[in-house]
Design a protein around this ligand. Structure first.
Ligand code: 5GP
Ligand code: MN
Length: 339
């Protein structure tokens, strides 16, 4: 972010403003952590702030500080639209294209608020007056820390803000093991612990709240795992029926695709999850090294994300989607075997 942008934003935030903060649809730990962290920071300057999520998120995020104040656009549409219409500043966090907010897109596009993007995904759109985009960053939560630092306000980070930011850095880095984790990430994490983030408690709240059903669903997922050694690829399918068998709840499949990527010699992994309600197959893609699942998803499955983690969707059924996936692989054979 340019020095001038920071100066402008500092001036902008000097007097109380009406502010709305929006994460992407199906928000994850980084999306909720970054929006709530920024929310709690802005409250300290007496702004009127609200986080509005496009839709609900998993229960394992529902313990986060001030989480209960988050509005959900899909079920609280009128209240959300009123706030967005009145907003003077609109922060968009952890996404970089307005269509990532689903049905909120036209409302956000119409808003005359000053838009500020903070995000670490590839290929940002040009909708914000101020764009803080950095694809090398581990997480949007790490960027919110740097953003607050650029505003010379690291001292304003209290235990609640630290807890929110720690959570998102932890979830987006697979607990600090993905290659996006840098020495700076660890320095930020160290400071967040100093400021009161309870690391062991946060890990427990996010990862150790499995239901019996979720573990059984994981068993089913692992038995559906298929390997295509000639493409160094592994994939998993989950049908709606299988999800129903284990009383699927939002977030239950989080991280499952990583099991496919953990196989020896595998550098490309996919999970295809049937969603009968939306009538789509939701796809998560992961890779190791330079093979870009962002490019792959943009080219074939109407999605995007990062080089090593991306999402997408398909409008055909589960079998056809997998057939399409397998039929595309030969054209990537060289790239997959060069890793
Ligand atoms: P996940 O597979 O965990 O849903 O998402 C992996 C990464 O890709 C996340 O950073 C997420 O924000 C992004 N992502 C997921 N689905 C989509 C999508 O449909 N479009 C785009 N552009 N990004 C996505
Ligand atoms: Mn993120």
């Amino acid at each position: 972010m340019k020095k001038q942008d920071i100066t402008d934003i500092k001036t902008l935030l000097q007097s109380p403003k009406k502010i709305v903060i929006v994460p992407h649809k199906n928000p994850d730990g980084d999306a909720i952590g970054s929006t709530l962290g920024l929310y709690l920071y802005l409250l300290k300057y007496n702004h009127e702030v609200r986080v509005i999520a496009p839709n609900d998120y998993p229960d394992f995020l529902k313990w986060m500080p001030s989480e209960a104040t988050v509005l959900k656009y899909d079920t609280q549409t009128e209240a959300s639209e009123r706030l967005i219409e009145q907003a003077e500043i609109l922060f968009t966090l952890d996404f970089n294209a307005l269509n990532r907010t689903g049905d909120m897109e036209p409302v956000l596009a119409k808003s005359e608020a000053i838009k500020i993007m903070i995000d670490h995904h590839q290929q940002p759109d040009d909708y914000a007056l101020y764009t803080y985009s950095d694809v090398r960053m581990s997480s949007t939560c790490e960027m919110v820390y740097h953003f607050i630092d650029m505003l010379s306000d690291v001292d304003k980070i209290d235990a609640d803000i630290a807890t929110c930011l720690y959570t998102g850095i932890m979830t987006d880095t697979g607990s600090f093991r993905f290659s996006s984790t840098t020495a700076t990430t660890h320095k930020v994490i160290a400071d967040l612990i100093d400021k009161g983030a309870e690391n062991a408690e946060i890990h427990n709240a996010i990862y150790d709240t499995n239901s019996y059903n979720r573990l059984q669903l994981l068993g089913c997922t692992l038995s559906n795992l298929k390997v295509l050694p000639e493409y160094r690829t592994a994939y998993i399918t989950l049908s709606q029926q299988e999800l129903n068998n284990f009383d699927y709840k939002k977030g239950d499949t989080e991280g499952f695709v990583n099991y496919a990527l953990s196989l020896q010699n595998i550098i490309f992994a996919a999970i295809f999850i049937e969603d009968q309600k939306q009538n789509i197959i939701k796809i998560s893609l992961r890779s190791k090294g330079d093979f870009s699942v962002n490019e792959f998803s943009r080219a074939h499955f109407s999605g995007g994300g990062h080089t090593n983690a991306a999402g997408g969707k398909s409008d055909t059924d589960l079998n056809e989607t997998v057939e399409k996936f397998i039929s595309i692989l030969p054209s990537y054979k060289k790239a997959l075997n060069n890793e």
